[in-house]
Design a protein around this ligand. Sequence first.
Ligand SMILES: Cc1ncc(COP(=O)(O)O)c(C=O)c1O
Length: 397
Amino acid sequence: MGSRISARIGAISESATLAVDAKAKALKAAGRPVIGFGAGEPDFPTPDYIVEAAVEAARDPKNHRYSPAGGLPELKQAIAVKTKRDSGYEIEAAQVLVTNGGKHAVYNAFATLLDPGDEVLLPAPYWTTYPETIRLAGGVPVEVLADESQNYSVTVEQLEAARTSRTKALLICSPSNPTGAVDSPETLEAIGRWALEHDLWVITDEIYEHLTYGDARSTSIPVVVPELADKTVVLNGVAKTYAMTGWRVGWMIAPVDVIKAATNLQSHQTSNVCNVAQRAALAAVSGDLSAVEEMKKAFDRRRRTMVRMLNDMPGVECPEPTGAFYAYPSVKGVLGREIAGRTPTTSSELADLILDEVEVAVVPGEAFGAPGYLRLSYALGDDDLAEGLSRIAKLLG
Ligand SMILES: Cc1ncc(COP(=O)(O)O)c(C=O)c1O
């Protein structure tokens, strides 16, 4: 008799980010004054004009029926226009698949491209969902570590050292979850030229494209290496830019044959994304970027406070993150020290200690393939942010 759970699904590990969140929420529900730095979502409501478009859509019977599995034609067209406006990448509507959030686009991209044994170069620290979805598709994630000494930005030399005859694709996430790093145009051009030379696919997750600070700007790799367009998949969505994490609309942009295949997959998997959510996304991507500009001001202020307070803590080292809404400090200088009667030797033990002792939730680097670090989101209110960091500072004293 086989086991009850398939080997494929049984091998998926629990999301460490969700586990931290669940523990913090349970403590909160029990009345504890927990401050959470775990959240991967803006703390702002979705802008009114987007909500209004959804309310109107819910009242229109045409949205009560099935629609094309690959997305509403007008949304696909609007995504093509928005992509040209925002990143400069010129595409047609036929190159877009609308998915149930960016996460679903990640899954569909790997499922569509990978055969068993195909290797995917995965710069670490990485977003925890990538290796799981690569493995689910039969692929093999090959981690390439880029640490704080290189500002969490991978180099061509490192990628080349990890390339084998089975390498099929490379994942790029800039601005990055979990590190907040933004790769420079020069770095991405060099990586793109190298990928082109070795006939690799590039999967570029651009979901944080609008969240950059200071002089940093997002770069879309097929814009700096146009010849790569035939081997590029862009992943994106409305979640982070428009504070729409709960609406579940993302998309994947790829050559037409890939989109056709991925749409076939989706037609048996989920059919169309909720029409009301798609209409809300249409209002979002067709509108201007003033709402994200406002959010960015708050994120930037919190980012500066967080980086300053982290770097003031003994043993903590935080390179300045210039994108997304995460800081990713190294805590290697703290490990092995006695703190509140315990001696944490891993970032996971340190995160547990911080939660137990001062009721602050942070995600340990183990979740992102790079132990020795913590990820802190600054998408929370200024007062909570300062209070939470003060508690950690006092604990690490
Ligand atoms: C790098 C990255 N890509 C994609 C997503 C997916 O976002 P969603 O599925 O909410 O659209 C996230 C969400 O945390 C992310 O951090």
